[in-house]
Structure formats: structure tokens, C-alpha cells
Ligand binder design. Structure first.
Ligand SMILES: Nc1ncnc2c1ncn2[C@@H]1O[C@H](COP(=O)(O)OP(=O)(O)OP(=O)(O)O)[C@@H](O)[C@H]1O
Length: 393
């Protein structure tokens, strides 16, 4: 991919204060006065003010982007602060959108901030995206990614994408007019439960800065029309090995949304498309879900049960239900754990919130362990109702 034309026209002028503020940009030949004026005229939307959205918003603001939109519906949780550096201790419990706006304003009072305090969904995305030149995605779920992608294709907007997990990060720019879209790379979402989220698997806080700042770098290049954008390339970063590499991504002529004969010509139901919980799991959980109080009664009465925790070892180390033993979900999905299942005891599964245990329950029911059950609400529900002195995460 060679250089693309600038996405926005330059603003009429910079004030004396702005010249002082952006002087280290202005003396870069590739940016200069014209480039900085383009940033001033730019309208950039960041979806999510979380791990990726934090550094993205902070650097977009510091760089002098004139208008920053923030779509975010959630509030700041203590467990966010390890990586979501746009929020601080005193923001716990506040709206993330408002907290992010305050930080942006502190970094750069010349940036106009527009808040969209709602969940981005099929029925608001076109109206919101229509107000911006470029979309930076800082979200963490497949339904939103396919939604953002499809809306960007339909509106012909560049989509600056990033993804993080533990020590691994990826970034790319999807822009169907000039290259592939997200669906060309990932035509289908993974089956529910197959790809763990950061909430399940964890994420190194500083990885957000590495990938979020690459997203800002790409946004700035696109707005100004400089350098080689990541259009048609996927950047893969391994923070443990400390390697960056890029691989080519080709436009798929059969792509459902940007191909020659698209089947997706308007927005769809993305929650259903991404199947947050599989149908098998939902079916298995029907009539086979117990409450924390029920489990407590069984444990106190010495019932003949085998309580199996299907989370990851690091999660088990933080907090467990007394008497449980650990067998991570994948051991069931790969079929390895089934051999060790007791024939003479009722199996009770638990995970963090009840999603993963429902997936395993479906596997157990299919393997003939029909009376096995799982704990609705998982270990979080257990701590809240039975052992509130224990930590949650
Ligand atoms: N459809 C959406 N509309 C608006 N904001 C979204 C949407 N989907 C996700 N987000 C926001 O994107 C951010 C993603 O941030 P991050 O991946 O760091 O996760 P988190 O949800 O804050 O943390 P965790 O899942 O670990 O508790 C979150 O603040 C989340 O509320």
C-alpha cells in the first residue's frame, strides 16, 4: 500500500498558543503547519475508553486532534486502573466517558470532546459514525468489532483496529475502499467460549500503551496522508519476545460485506452473529443451574458431589470455593478431562461468572453425565452471597 491522500483539509489557522503547544510537531518536515492544521480540523471517534481507548484518547488529544468523540457506556471499576490510565483512583464508580473527557480536557483544552454515553449498537452506529472522519476501536468484544467494521464499510470510513491479550497485541487499518476489511481477515467470529477475553485471561497493562499508541500513529498518518498506512497489513507484536512483524492481508473478493457480491448490505444482529453464549450451553444450563445457596446447602450436608472449577490456574489462585478442584475448561473441550470424571458422584461445575461452566456443562451432558449441574453466577456470585470477605477480580 502506498501513501494515501490526506483524510481532512487543513483548518484555516493555528493560534499563537497552538503554535507554541505543537511546536515539536510543526518542525517535523512530514507534519509541518499543514499537517497540524489537518489534525485541528479532524474529527476522530474512539469506541471505548478502556485499555486501548485510554492511551489512544490521551495521545490523540495531546497531538491536537480538534474533535474527539467518545462512545462508552460503562463506569470505572477498580480493576480497570491497572491499564486504563485515562482514569484515576478518584474516578472509581464514575462514568468512563465523563472521566475520559476530564482527562482529555486536562491534557489539551483546545480539543473539543463529544460524549456518546451509550452502548454502540446497530441502531445508533450509523448516526454516530456519520459525524467523524475516522474510527479508532478500543473495544474488547467480537460483536462490537463486526458492528464497527460493517458500519465503516457501509459509510466508507477508515477503521483503526487493535487487539490485546496477555503479552500479545495486533493492529491494522481496515478500509474497504483501499484494502481489506476486518471480515476479509476474520470472516466469522470464533465459536463462543473458544477465545478467552482479557477479563478471563488477563492483559499486561503496558501492552495497551504499545497497541493504543500504534493506533494513534496510524490515525495521524491517515488524517495527514503521510507514510505507509497499515492498510492491507496486520501488525503482530509479542511483548515477551519483543518482536514486531507485519503480515500481508488481502482483500477477499468473496467477503460478505466488502466483496464483489456482498450478502451483508445492512447492519445485522451482532450479538446473535457472535453468539455470546452457544446454543448448546444455553440448552444445557436450562434446568441444570444451581444457586450459591443451593451449593452451600449441598456442601454443608456432605452431599456426594465433585465440585470442579473450570477457570485458569491464575484465577483459581486468587479465590476458590472450598472443596473445589481445578480442571481448566480447555481440558474438557479437548476431551482429556472426560476420562477422569467420577461415575459415582454428581458433578458440579463453577467458573468466574457462569459462562464457561455452562459451555463445559454442555460437553458433560453430551458425554452422558446428564445429572451434572453448574453454578449460576460463578465464584463471583458465591463470594457476593456466601463469603463476602473473600476477594473478587
Ligand atoms: N459496544 C460498545 N459500546 C461502547 N463501549 C463499549 C462497547 N463494547 C465495549 N465497550 C467499552 O470498551 C472498553 C474496553 O476496555 P477493556 O478491554 O479494557 O475492558 P473492560 O470492559 O473495561 O475490562 P474487563 O472486561 O477486563 O473488566 C470498555 O470500557 C467497554 O465498556
Amino acid at each position: 500500500m502506498s501513501q494515501l491522500p490526506p483524510l481532512v483539509e487543513p483548518a484555516a489557522e493555528l493560534t499563537v498558543d497552538e503554535v507554541r503547544r505543537y511546536s515539536r510537531h510543526l518542525i517535523i518536515p512530514d507534519v509541518g503547519m499543514a499537517g497540524q492544521k489537518r489534525l485541528k480540523n479532524a474529527k476522530v471517534l474512539c469506541v471505548g475508553a478502556g485499555g486501548l481507548g485510554s492511551p489512544a484518547l490521551m495521545y490523540l488529544a495531546a497531538a491536537g486532534v480538534g474533535t474527539l468523540g467518545i462512545v462508552e457506556f460503562d463506569t470505572v471499576d477498580e480493576s480497570n486502573l491497572q491499564r486504563q490510565i485515562i482514569h484515576g483512583q478518584s474516578d472509581i464508580g464514575r462514568s468512563k466517558a465523563e472521566s475520559a473527557r476530564d482527562s482529555v480536557k486536562e491534557i489539551n483544552p483546545y480539543t473539543e470532546v463529544v460524549l456518546h454515553e451509550e452502548r454502540l449498537e446497530a441502531d445508533n452506529v450509523m448516526e454516530i459514525f456519520g459525524q467523524y472522519d475516522l474510527i479508532v476501536d478500543g473495544t474488547d468484544n467480537f460483536a462490537t468489532r463486526y458492528l464497527v467494521n460493517d458500519a465503516c464499510v457501509l459509510l466508507n470510513k477508515p477503521y483503526v483496529w487493535g487487539s490485546i491479550y496477555r503479552f500479545d497485541g495486533q493492529a491494522s487499518v481496515f478500509w474497504s475502499e483501499h484494502g481489506p476489511c476486518y471480515r476479509c481477515l476474520y470472516p466469522e467470529p470464533p465459536p463462543p467460549g473458544m477465545v478467552p477475553s482479557c477479563a478471563e485471561g488477563g492483559v499486561l497493562g503496558v501492552l495497551c500503551a504499545s497497541i493504543g499508541s500504534i493506533q494513534v500513529n496510524e490515525a495521524i498518518k491517515l488524517l495527514q496522508g503521510i507514510g505507509e498506512p497499515l492498510v492491507g497489513r496486520l501488525m503482530i507484536y509479542d511483548a515477551l519476545e519483543m518482536t514486531y512483524r507485519t503480515v500481508k492481508v488481502r482483500k477477499d473478493p468473496e467477503c460478505a460485506v466488502c466483496g464483489k457480491n456482498p450478502t451483508v448490505t445492512e447492519l445485522i444482529d451482532y450479538e446473535a452473529f457472535c453468539g455470546v453464549v452457544s446454543e448448546e450451553a444455553q440448552e444445557a444450563a436450562l434446568g441444570s443451574t444451581i444457586t450459591p445457596r443451593q451449593l452451600k446447602e449441598w456442601l454443608d450436608a456432605g452431599e456426594n458431589i465433585d465440585l470442579i472449577d473450570v477457570r485458569e490456574p491464575g484465577e483459581y489462585e486468587i479465590v476458590q470455593i472450598p472443596g473445589s478442584r481445578l480442571i481448566p475448561k480447555n481440558e474438557f473441550l479437548m476431551g482429556r478431562a472426560l476420562e477422569d470424571m467420577p461415575q459415582d458422584k454428581r458433578i458440579v461445575l463453577n467458573c468466574k461468572t457462569g459462562v464457561r461452566s455452562a459451555e463445559v456443562l454442555a460437553v458433560l451432558h453430551a458425554a452422558g453425565f446428564k445429572d451434572s449441574v453448574h453454578l449460576g453466577g460463578g465464584v463471583i456470585g458465591w463470594v457476593n452471597q456466601i463469603e463476602p470477605e473473600k476477594p473478587v477480580y
